[in-house]
Design a protein around this ligand. Structure first.
Ligand code: PGA
Length: 251
C-alpha cells in the first residue's frame, strides 16, 4: 500500500452464484460503509453484468468488470462477448489473462495481447493478470514467466493509467495457500523494477500492482501493509461477507 496509488479491490466471481445470490452481494455492498479511498470492482458472469451494474449505479467507487472479453469487435464467435457488449452492460473494466483463461481455456500471450489492445481501444480499464505456476517458482523461473506475460501487455499498452496489474501466482489461486507477504512483496517489487526498466520510472511508480490468490478477511491486512501491494483480486472470498472486510482492511 502506498499513499500515491489508490488501493484497488476486485472481486472475481468466476462462474459462481445466481441472480439471487449475486443480487444479495450487490445489496451488501450498497448498504455497507466502504472505505472511500478504495476503488472497488466486481466481476460477475457476463449474464449478470447489466443487472449488477444498474444495482450498483448509485454506489460511488464501486464498478463492474467483465471477467473476459473477445478481441474482435463482432463476428462468428459463439459464446463470446465483445468489449462494446461489456460496455453496453455497464462494465468499465475487463479482467484479461486470468490464470483460468490461460491454463483451462488455452489462451496465449499473443491472444491476450490482442485482447488488451481491443479492450483499451474500447475504453475499458484492463485488469492484466500474470502469474507463475508452482513448478516455475520451484525452478526459479517466476520472473521469466511473469516477464513473458508482462511483455505481451506492454506491446499493446500506450496509456498505463488504464491498466491495473494483478499478480496471481497460479499455485495460490483457489488453494488456500496464500503467498506469504514477503514472497508477494518481493515479486511485486520485481515487477515494478521491470516496469521501471522497460516502460518508465513514472509508470512503475504509478501503476497499481494488486495481489490475488487465496486472499481472505484474515490475511489481507498483512499483505496490504507491504509497500508494493496496492490491492487485491479476490476470488472465493469475494462471494462472502468478508469481502467488505477486505475492502476496508486499511480502516
Ligand atoms: P481465489 O481466486 O481468491 O479464490 O484464490 C483469485 C482469483 O482467481 O482471482
Amino acid at each position: 500500500m502506498s499513499a500515491e496509488r489508490k488501493f484497488f479491490v476486485g472481486g472475481n466471481f468466476k462462474m459462481n452464484g445466481n441472480l439471487e445470490s449475486l443480487t444479495a452481494i450487490a445489496d451488501r455492498l450498497n448498504s455497507s460503509e466502504l472505505d472511500a479511498n478504495v476503488e472497488v470492482v466486481i466481476a460477475p458472469p457476463a449474464c449478470y453484468l447489466a443487472s449488477l451494474s444498474s444495482q450498483l449505479a448509485q454506489k460511488e467507487n464501486v464498478n463492474v468488470s467483465a471477467e473476459n472479453v473477445h478481441q474482435a469487435a463482432k463476428g462468428a464467435f459463439t459464446g463470446e462477448i465483445s468489449c462494446s457488449m461489456a460496455l453496453d452492460c455497464g462494465a468499465s473494466y475487463a479482467i484479461l489473462g486470468h490464470s483460468e483463461r490461460r491454463h483451462v481455456f488455452g489462451e496465449t500471450n499473443k491472444q491476450i495481447g490482442e485482447k488488451t489492445k481491443a479492450t483499451l481501444a474500447a475504453g475499458l480499464v484492463v485488469i492484466a493478470c500474470i502469474g507463475e505456476k508452482g513448478e516455475d517458482r520451484k525452478s526459479g523461473n517466476t520472473m521469466v514467466v511473469c516477464v513473458e506475460q508482462l511483455t505481451a501487455y506492454k506491446d499493446n499498452v500506450e496509456d498505463w493509467s488504464k491498466v491495473v496489474i494483478a499478480y496471481e501466482p497460479v499455485w495460490a489461486i483457489g488453494t488456500g495457500e496464500v503467498a506469504t507477504p514477503e514472497i508477494a512483496q518481493e515479486t511485486h517489487l520485481n515487477i515494478r523494477s521491470w516496469l521501471s526498466d522497460n516502460v518508465s520510472p513514472e509508470v512503475a511508480a504509478s501503476v497499481r500492482i494488486i495481489y490475488g490468490g487465496s486472499v481472505n478477511g484474515k490475511n489481507c491486512k498483512e499483505l496490504a501493509s507491504q509497500p508494493d501491494i496496492d490491492g487485491f483480486l479476490v476470488g472465493g472470498a469475494s462471494l462472502k461477507p468478508e469481502f467488505v472486510d477486505i475492502i476496508n482492511c486499511d480502516c
